[in-house]
Design a protein around this ligand. Structure first.
Ligand code: SF4
Length: 498
C-alpha cells in the first residue's frame, strides 16, 4: 500500500525530489537554526490555537518510544466524531494509507469546518491551499462532510496587554473557494507521487524557483553539490531568481560569470575576480581614512541580541517583535588605551527591556561615538526602547544619533579580500582578517555560535536547572562579548591599514 501524509504531500507539491530525498536520503536534510525556530514557533502557536473556539478535545497520543500513536489517534477521532464533539484538535484520518491530522475540526450544522493553524502572519501562501486541499480530500474519502476551510494566522498588529486575547491574536481567513479549485488536482498528484516514491531512482529534477519558495530548501546543499565552488549562487546581493536565470543559461562558475559579462557591479566584480585569482587584500586607504575620521574617542562598540517570540510574552509587544534581551559593550577610551567591557543579560521570566534600557543609558553617555555592525538593527531597537520608555527617550535617542556603522567600509568596498567570499557579515569579515586567531573563532565558543542559537536558547533558560542555566548564561555572554570584541579587532585592522 502507498503511505503518504499531509507534510509529505506538501513536500511533493513543492518539489517531488524533496519528498523522495526525505525518504531515501534523509541524512542530506540540513535543518539550520532558523528552520528549527520556525518549527518550534509552529508547535507553540498550534498548541495555543486549540483554545480558539473554547472547549476542545485533542487526540494527540504518543507511544512509549515518543513517536505518534496514529492508531490510537484515529480511534479517538472516530469516538469524538461519534460523540458529536464540537472542536476536535489534531483530528486524525487515514484513507487507504493517506494520512492527515486536522489542526482544528469544528462541527457546524452544515458539516465540518477545517482550520489549519500557521505560525506565519500572512494567510496568503499557496502552500496552505495545497495543504488543506489534501486534508479535504482525505476527509471526504473517509466520509466526513467538509463544509468550509479556514487558515488561522497571527495578526502582526495585535498588541499584548497582559492577557492573551486569542480572537485578536489570531486572524481567521476563509479559503474554501481556493481549496475547492485545488481539490481537483489532488488525485492526480497522488498518483504521480506514488510513482515517484516507489522508485529507487532519484527524480531528475533540476534547480528551480521551488528551491527557495516558500522557504530555502533544506536539500539545496545536496542538489548543488556538483556545482563549482564558489558558484553563481554565491554572488553578492543578487536575487535568487537572477542567479537561477544565469544557472539556466549554463553560467555556473565565477569564470563563466566573468566571461559571459554577467550582472557584475563593482562589488560582485571584485568578489569574482578575487576568488579567481588571489589578489591579497584590496584597500582603499582614502575611503577607510574618511570613515575613521568620522569617529571620535571614547569609542563604544555595541551589539544587541534579541528574541522574536511568535506569541508576544511581554506587555505592549506584538507577534514576532524583536525584543532586545542582551547587549555587550566594549569601550576604548583613547587610541591604544585599555579596553573596558560591560554587558547585560536579561531574564526570560520578565520583560527585560526596561532593565536593559536603564543599563544602556547608565553605560553609554549621550555624547559619545558608538559603533555598531550593521547599525540599522541597533538603531531600530533603540528607537523602539525610546518609544516604550518616555523617561529615557531623550538619552536613548542621543545614543542612536551617535551610532556609526562599522560595516560601512566593507559594504562600500574599501576593504576586501578573497576569504570574505562576498559576504560582509562580521562572521565572514573576522576570519578573513584574522584567520589564525583561535580567540576570534566563533566555532571555538561553547554552546552559542550565532544569533539564531542565542535567540533559541534565551527563552529556554527558565526551564533549566540552576547549574545548566548558569552555564547557558555564561555561553550567551561569551558569544555576545565576542561580537563586540570582533568589532574592536576589525576597527584595529582598519586603523592599521589606513
Ligand atoms: S533543492 Fe530544489 S531541486 Fe533540490 S530537492 Fe530542494 S527544491 Fe528540489
Amino acid at each position: 500500500m502507498f503511505y503518504f501524509s499531509k507534510s509529505k504531500y506538501c513536500d511533493f507539491k513543492q518539489c517531488p525530489k524533496i519528498a523522495w530525498l526525505k525518504k531515501y536520503k534523509p541524512e542530506e536534510y540540513l535543518v539550520d537554526a532558523e528552520t528549527q525556530a520556525r518549527y518550534t514557533a509552529g508547535n507553540e502557536v498550534g498548541d495555543l490555537a486549540m483554545g480558539l473556539f473554547g472547549d476542545f478535545v485533542e487526540v494527540t497520543s504518543y507511544r512509549a518510544d515518543g513517536t505518534l500513536d496514529l492508531k490510537k489517534m484515529k480511534a479517538l477521532t472516530r469516538m469524538y466524531l461519534a460523540e458529536g464533539r464540537e472542536n476536535i484538535c489534531e483530528a486524525a484520518f487515514d484513507y487507504q494509507g493517506l494520512y492527515c491530522a486536522v489542526d482544528i475540526l469544528r462541527k457546524t450544522q452544515q458539516g465540518y469546518d477545517i482550520y489549519e493553524v500557521k505560525s506565519s502572519t500572512s494567510p496568503e501562501h499557496h502552500v496552505y491551499i495545497v495543504d488543506t486541499s489534501y486534508q479535504k480530500y482525505v476527509l471526504q474519502k473517509c466520509g466526513v462532510k467538509v463544509n468550509r476551510v479556514f487558515v488561522v494566522t497571527l495578526d502582526p498588529l495585535y498588541v499584548f496587554n497582559g492577557v492573551l486575547d486569542l480572537h485578536r491574536l489570531f486572524k481567521i481567513t476563509e479559503i474554501t473557494a481556493l481549496v475547492d479549485e485545488e481539490l481537483g488536482t489532488v488525485e492526480e498528484s497522488l498518483q504521480e507521487a506514488e510513482k515517484v516514491m516507489s522508485s529507487k531512482e532519484e527524480p531528475a529534477i533540476d534547480l528551480s524557483a521551488s528551491c527557495n519558495d516558500p522557504y530555502p530548501c533544506a536539500f539545496f546543499g545536496y542538489c548543488t553539490r556538483n556545482l563549482p565552488s564558489p558558484s553563481v549562487f554565491c554572488l553578492y546581493r543578487l536575487a535568487y531568481e537572477k542567479k537561477l536565470a544565469l544557472y539556466r543559461e549554463g553560467i555556473r562558475s565565477y569564470k563563466d560569470v566573468l566571461e559571459s559579462g554577467g550582472p557584475l557591479n563593482e562589488m560582485r566584480r571584485r568578489q569574482v575576480e578575487f576568488a579567481l585569482e588571489d589578489r591579497g587584500t584590496h584597500i582603499d586607504r582614502e575611503g577607510i581614512d574618511g570613515f575613521l575620521q568620522t569617529l571620535t574617542f571614547p569609542l563604544y562598540f555595541l551589539d544587541f541580541e534579541t528574541v522574536q517570540p511568535a506569541i508576544p510574552r511581554y506587555i505592549s509587544t506584538r507577534p514576532y517583535q524583536q525584543i532586545p534581551v542582551q547587549y555587550s559593550l566594549h569601550i576604548l577610551k583613547e587610541p591604544g588605551g585599555e579596553l573596558e567591557h560591560r554587558e547585560f543579560l536579561g531574564r526570560p521570566e520578565e520583560d527585560p527591556r526596561r532593565a536593559l534600557a536603564e543599563r544602556l543609558v547608565a553605560d553609554i553617555p549621550q555624547d559619545v561615538c558608538v559603533l555598531a555592525y550593521n547599525k540599522t538593527f541597533e538603531c531600530t531597537r533603540i528607537k523602539e526602547l525610546a518609544a516604550a520608555f518616555p523617561d529615557l527617550q531623550a538619552h536613548l535617542l542621543k545614543i542612536k544619533e551617535n551610532i556609526k556603522d562599522l560595516l560601512d567600509p566593507f559594504q562600500r568596498g574599501y576593504y576586501y579580500n578573497r576569504d570574505m567570499g562576498g559576504s560582509f557579515s562580521i562572521k565572514s569579515v573576522l576570519p578573513a582578517i584574522y584567520p589564525d586567531d583561535p580567540a576570534l573563532n566563533y566555532h571555538n565558543l561553547e554552546g552559542v555560535h550565532n544569533g539564531s542559537e542565542a535567540m533559541e536558547l534565551f527563552p529556554r533558560l527558565k526551564e533549566m536547572p540552576e547549574g545548566e542555566r548558569a552555564e547557558a548564561e555564561r555561553n550567551l555572554l561569551k558569544y555576545c562579548e565576542l561580537d563586540t570584541y570582533a568589532m574592536v579587532k576589525v576597527y584595529e585592522e582598519l586603523k592599521r591599514v589606513s
